[in-house]
Design a protein around this ligand. Structure first.
Ligand SMILES: [Zn+2]
Length: 434
């Protein structure tokens, strides 16, 4: 008995396989999106795996004992490709993206359902039960994603915006908050005649998509997100102390601690910590310690060993397969934990990382690094209401990363929004001085 004969002898067997393969294509694809969310290059092996499963899906749908069904082949291929855009858009929009991607990302909770009409037409016109099953499986997945996002979104709690947040918001909105809210689809903004509030994100809601709000529209980080960043920063630092890993506040977070008297930068989009791997601390021990604690305490942990990065996010870890589906969310509250290792570069003892950061100089081995004595032994610094480990010479560290770091720069904000925000910050200072 050949495979085709077996498949045709067992009722609905081929249909079942088509649905399973489509689901596998979908899951491996959403799992790939975690690289984009973390601004890392995507693993070639994983791209290849996803591609092969997709090809297998299309083959099962369009091949039978009678031969190839070219119409089913074209429809299933086109459908999988078309659906990949709304699924991937939120992850692509983690970096400033073009208008089409932003549009799809903004409607990412339901944009997959826009293919419901074409799926119905194709299912009715083409008498291929395997194609019909694949299309139905895809639409069930999209519907389930939409319903879960909508249901979770209802549980937001109101946070008042402070004077400075409102001043920045008003200047970016050119005075008309209602029109600004509508134009950019800012569902979190709750406007009444008396007050400007923010429908805040939490553990059980989708996150605020502040990649758009902060990096492109030039708003201050939302009060809910700031509170969660503070919590997760101290949580991860406590885990690292517990595990016995040498660590320190890094990048924009260190900049806030030094320049803004222990506060997050007003436009902060993540928390940066770094950790040292050496003879006393291995990757396996560190990552296992963080994964265990994350699972116990309700934080999602993603490991990128090749890139020297561990991303710890505020949203709770979900059971498989929903664990991978979280990559469809627009934003996230995250600690980026960068790995440093001791090395010698040009005859000097350095601490070295794989990924580029600020203006950190390149090392002999092709990484990036700075002199060991700038960092070790670590000191402590006040940050967001608690003491946290910092490099031994935080000012020197920041000069290596950012040059004249006392000068406020809005480097990653859209140019026009940056200029408006500069003005708003100045106005805000005058206002607070009064
Ligand atoms: Zn938020």
């Amino acid at each position: 008995m050949t495979g085709f004969e077996f498949a045709s002898a067992t009722p609905y067997f081929a249909e079942f396989i088509a649905a399973v393969l489509y689901t596998a294509t979908y899951l491996t694809f959403v799992n790939l999106l975690r690289y984009m969310r973390n601004w890392n290059s995507t693993s070639r092996l994983e791209i290849l795996t996803t591609g092969l499963i997709a090809i297998l899906t299309v083959a099962v749908v369009s091949l039978s004992a009678e031969g190839a069904d070219l119409i089913s082949l074209a429809i299933s291929t086109g459908f999988i490709i078309a659906l990949s855009f709304p699924v991937a858009a939120p992850a692509i929009a983690f970096r400033p993206a073009n208008r089409a991607v932003e549009f799809l990302a903004r409607h990412g909770d339901h944009a997959g359902l826009w293919l419901l009409g074409p799926a119905l037409v194709a299912g009715l016109m083409v008498p291929n039960s395997k194609l019909q099953t694949m299309l139905a499986a895809a639409m069930v997945i999209e519907l389930s994603w939409f319903l879960r996002q909508r249901w979770a979104g209802d549980r937001r709690q109101l946070y008042p915006l402070n004077d400075r947040d409102v001043a920045v918001l008003k200047s970016q909105a050119n005075g008309d908050l209602g029109a600004f809210r509508r134009r950019h689809g800012i569902r979190e903004l709750a406007l009444t005649a008396e007050a400007v509030n923010w429908k805040g994100c939490g553990k059980s809601t989708p996150p605020c998509p502040f990649n758009l709000y902060v990096n492109q529209l030039g708003l201050n980080t939302a009060p809910c997100c700031r509170a969660h960043m503070r919590d997760i920063c101290h949580y991860v630092a406590a885990c690292l102390r517990d595990i016995g890993a040498v660590h320190w506040l890094e990048g924009g977070s260190l900049l806030g601690a030094v320049r803004e008297d222990g506060a997050l930068l007003a436009w902060e989009d993540d928390v940066d910590l770094s950790v040292l791997l050496d003879a006393d601390m291995s990757w396996d021990r560190l990552s296992a310690g963080l994964v265990d604690r994350g699972a116990r305490d309700g934080y999602h942990v993603d490991l990128f060993e090749k890139h020297g990065l561990i991303a710890i996010s505020f949203d709770p870890p979900k059971p498989w397969p929903f664990r991978w589906e979280r990559n469809r969310m627009r934003g996230e509250i995250r600690v980026d934990l960068a790995i440093y290792r001791p090395a010698v570069s040009h005859g000097e003892a350095v601490l070295e990382r794989r990924s580029y950061k600020g203006e950190m100089p390149a090392t002999e081995s092709g990484g990036y690094g700075l002199a060991r004595e700038i960092v070790l032994p670590t000191s402590t610094i006040n940050f967001e209401g608690g003491e946290i480990a910092s490099p031994r010479q935080p000012d020197t560290y920041l000069r290596v990363l950012y040059g004249d770091f006392r000068e406020v720069e809005y480097t990653y904000v859209d140019a026009a929004a940056a200029e408006t925000r500069r003005q708003a910050e100045l106005d805000g200072e005058h206002h607070l001085d009064e």
